[in-house]
Design a protein around this ligand. Structure first.
Ligand code: HSE
Length: 435
């Protein structure tokens, strides 16, 4: 006897929704083998019902959410709307009713994840969101299922594909910011409102989700708001290269005692940093586990099919195993996350920064207590320096920023002397490559 096909509804038919639909169609044979049943998409919810859509005759396009909510035979819903305000009412109503939801919507999970998880637990449904963090990279499942005995002491990631794509284009092709952003939009990497990408909010949502996923609580943020890449000047990128480094948009989570500290900001990386070679639309996540050491996961962080891959894998796991542990049930894992066991991250605060400003090197008023490790200026009147502040630096840096200076923390665990040696080594290599 052939079993009845699984029936999936999709809400939203933009880049992600369409990618999921096409993947289910293209991989129907494989899905049938994995699940022992076919997977069908009988209904797709869209905002604009008049727009032509590439779907088979078996799929109904509707603008009525009630049609999905009241359909009895729906096994799961893929929620693929672009923001929390749009996705929340759908996800909440479905989970309340006991229908499992798979989403790629990071803003939805960051803002309402805890509440939605409670709704899911109450009704016995599941909320899965592997696709919401780092696109196609199997990050959440790796953390929870294959690193559960490790304490995660520190995690650093390039979590926004659009920002990494833009910074890479600006460096390798000298592309202006605006045209690199337009390309990222054309390729389907950017959010519907790309400000969320370039102002750091997308990475901020993903970092929030990661903190809750790993440690069971939201992080303490270093700043009130994330810093994005909008103000990264092309000249800063070139000067960073001259110093042997790259500017990358870095999200970080560091466990300190029972707290988790987070930041999202463009940083200066030397070529011995694990994320230095993560380029283009790729995301990279360097995880420091207390047993395994340092693990780098890298792969496409945005785009139609990488995101669809993560959604469809969640779908298969849901239909096959109902495998996922809701956060409150994963207590062994969470208690390992924040206790004070050995292996806790204890990097010294290096306080080394790559600073850039418009004007000559001499124009910058010296910051109190700074030690200059490297300094340069270019023919366009931009200057840069790598400086070390052995003491309290925040106020001096704030003043520097208020006067138009740009600050990029140097991301490394190495002590200052090693950094100094690395910089002169890198600079030497660059000089040789120019000859
Ligand atoms: N706009 C997002 C990015 C999509 O560029 O990373 C994937 O979350």
């Amino acid at each position: 006897m052939t079993l009845k096909p699984y029936k999936i509804a999709i809400i939203g038919f933009g880049t992600v929704g369409e990618g999921v639909y096409e993947t289910i169609e293209k991989k129907s044979e494989k899905l049938g083998l994995l699940l022992g049943r076919q997977v069908e998409v009988p209904v797709v919810l869209v905002k604009n019902g008049d727009k032509p859509r590439q779907v088979s005759r078996k799929t109904e396009i509707t603008t009525s959410f009630d049609l999905i909510l009241n359909k009895k035979e729906i096994d799961a819903v893929v929620e693929a709307t672009p923001d929390a305000a749009t996705g929340y009412p759908y996800a909440a109503a479905l989970l309340e009713k006991g229908v499992s939801v798979i989403t790629a919507n990071k803003e939805l999970v960051a803002k309402h994840g805890e509440e939605l998880q409670r709704l899911a637990e109450r009704s016995g449904a599941d909320l899965l969101y592997e696709a919401a963090v780092a696109g196609g990279i199997p990050l959440l499942n790796t953390l929870r299922h294959t690193l559960k005995t490790n304490t995660i002491d520190k995690l650093e990631g390039i979590l926004n594909g659009t920002s990494n794509y833009i910074l890479t284009k600006m460096r390798t092709e000298r592309a202006p910011f605006t045209s690199a952003l337009e390309e990222a939009q054309e390729k389907g990497y950017a959010e519907a409102v790309p400000d969320k990408d370039v102002d750091g909010w997308d990475a901020y949502y993903k970092t929030t989700i990661l903190s809750r996923w790993i440690y069971g609580k939201s992080p303490v943020w270093q700043d009130n708001a994330p810093r994005g890449i909008r103000n990264v000047a092309s000249e800063d990128i070139k000067l960073a290269e001259k110093a042997g480094g790259r500017l990358k948009h870095i999200a970080s989570l560091v466990k300190r005692g029972t707290e988790v500290h987070a930041s999202v900001t463009p940083c200066f990386l030397l070529d011995n940093h694990p994320l230095y070679n993560v380029e283009g639309v790729n995301n990279g996540i360097n995880i420091e586990g207390s047993i395994v050491g340092s693990v780098l996961l890298q792969g496409p962080g945005a785009g139609k099919f990488p995101t669809a891959s993560a959604v469809v894998e969640d779908l298969v796991n849901l239909l096959k195993n109902k495998h996922e542990l809701p956060e409150s049930k994963g207590t062994e894992f969470l208690s390992h996350g924040l206790n004070k066991e050995a292996g806790e991250h204890s990097d010294e605060d290096n306080s080394v920064y790559f600073l850039a400003w418009d004007g000559s090197a001499a124009k910058k008023a010296a910051l109190p207590g700074e030690a200059v490790l490297w300094q340069s200026e270019n023919e366009f009147g931009t200057s840069a320096a790598i400086v070390h502040f052995p003491g309290e630096s925040a106020r001096g840096l704030e003043k520097f920023q208020r006067n138009g200076g740009r600050v990029y923390p140097l991301s490394t665990n190495n002590p200052v002397n090693t950094i100094r040696a690395d910089i002169s080594k890198e600079e030497g290599k660059k000089r040789l490559s120019y000859i």
